[in-house]
Ligand binder design. Structure first.
Ligand code: GTP
Ligand code: MG
Length: 319
């Protein structure tokens, strides 16, 4: 696949130099996605560039994202290439239609202690399993924004699966992200690293914390969402281009309604509003039990799955 040469930012599009790129950003078209679905007339008027240039840019953006008519058979083939990673819990796998899918973003959201980080650890181990054991025989890239990654946990999860802990840890490429720009820069770097290192899973735990800390207050909600969307599109493109799984987490309040009138309310739900992906809500239950629910996924069965967090990792409850 010639994905490496594909444009990733608007400045990479043919016909867009730095000066036009600046005009496009200022006019509210900061991403290839935004350009691909815009009307050339609007771009031309708002960015003050000739209509013919705007038309060419829209065409280039659509080509870059492969937005075109496809045959039903092409759709079928695209779908057939999707692979799945087991979560360690059969219940949770069934809820997700077999596991965490490649070519898509899966968001786990829920309150503190609901198991988001534990699932991320487990998936970083499980992705390394051979396909017959529910893995993709690949490495994981782990972007940690909160400093909650624990190698000790990886060691015990690996042991529990009969894998060599050192080898498993060698196959998890870890990086702490210190702010939202750094977080986005790391993802850019992954476009080169993923194919070179045979990475099959990218984790961002959590995807939202830096954005929330940096864009405080109601007046910053719109720019924050815009930047976050840019980040999510970047991740989605990574997932699609290399047929890998991307897993993000997002901490939310247990009861956002309690915060009515507070700006935090706007971040009370999942972040994948306008981006295709799978959203999984996690809730705490008794003891080490956790409940997962898939939200607005027409292709997945409705319902909930119960799993437990044990010493060995994510598993099904015994009773
Ligand atoms: P925030 O990041 O604070 O939003 O929470 P989270 O959703 O990431 O929660 P996390 O995945 O960290 O889950 C924490 C829960 O996992 C704890 O409440 C523990 O019950 C369990 N847990 C974490 N580490 C271990 C461990 O080493 N052994 C066992 N048995 N359970 C653990
Ligand atoms: Mg966490």
């Amino acid at each position: 696949m010639a994905t490496k040469e594909k444009p990733r930012t608007i400045a990479d599009l043919p016909g867009v130099g730095p000066s036009i790129a600046n005009k496009l950003v200022a006019a509210g078209f900061p991403t290839i996605e935004a350009l691909a679905v815009a009307r050339p007339e609007d771009i031309s008027q708002r960015a003050g560039i000739p209509l013919t240039t705007a038309t060419r840019i829209v065409q280039a953006a659509r080509r870059a994202l492969d937005i075109r008519f496809k045959t039903a058979r092409e759709i079928k083939l695209e779908r057939l290439s999707v692979r799945k990673i087991t979560t360690g819990s059969k219940n949770l796998d069934d809820l997700l239609g077999g596991g965490i899918e490649t070519k898509t973003i899966t968001e786990f959201y829920g309150e503190f202690g609901s198991g988001k980080t534990q699932i991320c650890h487990q998936l970083s181990v499980n992705v390394q399993l051979p396909p017959e054991r529910g893995g993709l025989a690949g490495k994981a890239a782990y972007i940690d924004t909160e400093g909650t990654f624990r190698w000790e946990r990886i060691e015990s999860m690996a042991r529990a699966l009969g894998l060599d802990p050192d080898e498993v840890m060698d196959n998890i490429l870890y990086q702490r992200a210190y702010n939202s720009d750094h977080q986005m820069a790391i993802v850019e770097e992954l476009f080169t690293l993923v194919p070179r290192e045979n990475i099959k899973l990218v984790i961002v735990d959590s995807v939202t914390s830096h954005f929330r800390a940096e864009y405080v207050g109601r007046e910053n909600l719109a720019p924050r969402q815009q930047k976050l969307n840019q980040h999510l599109h970047q991740l989605l493109r990574l997932a699609e281009a290399y047929n890998i799984a991307v897993v993000i987490t997002n901490q939310v309040m247990a009861r956002p309604d309690v915060f009515f009138g507070n700006p935090m309310q706007a971040v009370g739900g999942h972040v994948l509003y306008h981006i295709p992906g799978v959203r999984v809500e996690l809730r705490k239950s008794k003891g080490n039990k956790r409940i997962a629910r898939v939200v607005d996924a027409p292709h997945l069965p409705e319902g909930e799955a119960v799993f437990v967090i044990t010493e060995e990792g994510i598993r099904d409850p015994e009773d």
